[in-house]
Design a protein around this ligand. Structure first.
Ligand code: KG4
Ligand code: ZN
Length: 347
């Protein structure tokens, strides 16, 4: 089976062709056009994002088909991210996918963006398949999940306020770094002295029990405020910025690693799969590998290209559902928010 997918939920216009059966999947092409214009504004401007998708979508899809050396005739399913995301941006992808599927007589399939992130790593690492513990850390979401099988997602914990990527972006702004802030903070933190500043690890107390509501949840707004106080209290911010960045990243990484460790231990999982833009962070991946090594669990992280938003992960998730006969009808709509098809499982 061959799937063409589109991803336009935020500020990347992306199209991809994947082909395969079961967990044997080949990535035939992946085109990602990043909208750099938002850097000027320090964040994504929704209307500009929608218009940029509108002008880019045709050439991006055409290029993905060319790179895959196929035409629409060779495609079985046209998949598209339909939630969650910026509604205007999603509408461009959903409308275009509908037109394409209707015109070419193909199956249409709407995919949940976060389910795509769950599948991304498996495109590169054949062993990154269920059962596993998943940590999805992006600009808009922070989700800790138990995944006993594809299609079955048990939500264990989530952020109570800012997403992990959002915390990186906001702290970058406080330190005068460009948007998006994840990579600049990581670079700056690498030169920082970890002993100069120390921030409390949010939602991390030793006496927390698996039944406690905050055992798996995270919260980053307090950490952001702690950084704000450190910035305001600094007599020489240029000199302190690397140390503050380091202390922030250490606190955030420690929290995510410990919560993921708890989830893997509670469900006796020996695989941990990371996804979302923050999983590009090498300090996070390395700390995760060290800590999860205690459980003899393997940690799988995607390459940068597949960690951040891309259509290959949407195509991969669609392939799973299409193989099971799933299809969307022509009333498929775009939604700014939509929970993963899941239920909040007990620890
Ligand atoms: O998954 P993604 O591309 O888009 C969303 O669906 O949100 O994630 C983008 C987020 C941004 O907040 C960005 O700052 C963060 O991922 N990010 C990083 C790194 N690279 C990107 N955060 C920490 N370290 C990085 N190296
Ligand atoms: Zn994403």
């Amino acid at each position: 089976m061959r799937v063409l997918a589109l991803e336009t939920s935020c500020d990347e216009t992306s199209a991809s062709v994947v082909e395969g059966m079961g967990d044997t999947v080949v990535l035939r092409s992946l085109v990602i056009l990043s909208q750099d214009i938002h850097r000027v504004f320090g964040g994504v401007v929704p209307e500009i994002a929608s218009r940029a998708h509108l002008t880019a979508v045709v050439p991006v899809v055409r290029r993905a088909l060319q790179d895959a050396e196929c035409t629409l005739d060779d495609i079985d399913t046209i998949a598209v991210t339909h939630a969650p995301g910026l509604v205007g941006a999603l509408l461009v992808g959903v409308s275009y996918a509908k037109g394409l599927a209707l015109g070419a007589g193909k199956r249409l399939l709407g995919v949940h963006h976060m389910e795509g992130h769950l599948f991304a790593t498996s495109l590169e690492s054949p062993d990154a398949v269920p059962p596993f513990t998943a940590l999805l850390v992006s600009g808009g979401h922070t989700l800790l999940l138990d995944v006993p099988a594809w299609g079955t997602y048990r939500l264990l914990g989530a952020t109570r306020d800012d997403a992990a990527g959002e915390a990186f972006d906001k702290v970058a702004k406080l330190l005068g770094l460009p948007y998006p802030g994840g990579r600049p903070i990581e670079r700056l933190a690498a030169t920082g002295d970890p002993s100069r500043f120390r921030f409390t690890r949010p939602m991390l107390r030793r006496d927390q029990q698996p039944g406690d509501a905050d055992y798996f949840d995270v919260s980053f707004s307090g950490l952001k405020t702690a950084v704000l106080h450190a910035v305001r209290g600094s007599a020489d911010l240029a000199a302190d910025a690397p140390h503050i960045a380091r202390a922030f990243q250490d606190a955030l990484v420690d929290t995510l690693v410990e919560k993921t460790y708890r989830a893997a231990r509670a469900h006796a999982r020996t695989r941990v799969v990371l996804g979302g833009g923050v999983s590009c962070n090498r300090a996070l991946v390395q700390a995760m590998q060290r800590r999860l090594g205690d459980l003899e669990a393997q940690v799988f992280a995607p390459s940068t290209r597949l960690a951040t938003d891309n259509a290959a992960m949407i195509a991969r998730a669609a392939l799973y559902h299409a193989e099971r006969g799933a299809a969307s009808d022509w009333t498929l709509d775009a939604h700014a928010a939509m929970p993963l098809p899941t239920h909040r499982g007990a620890a």
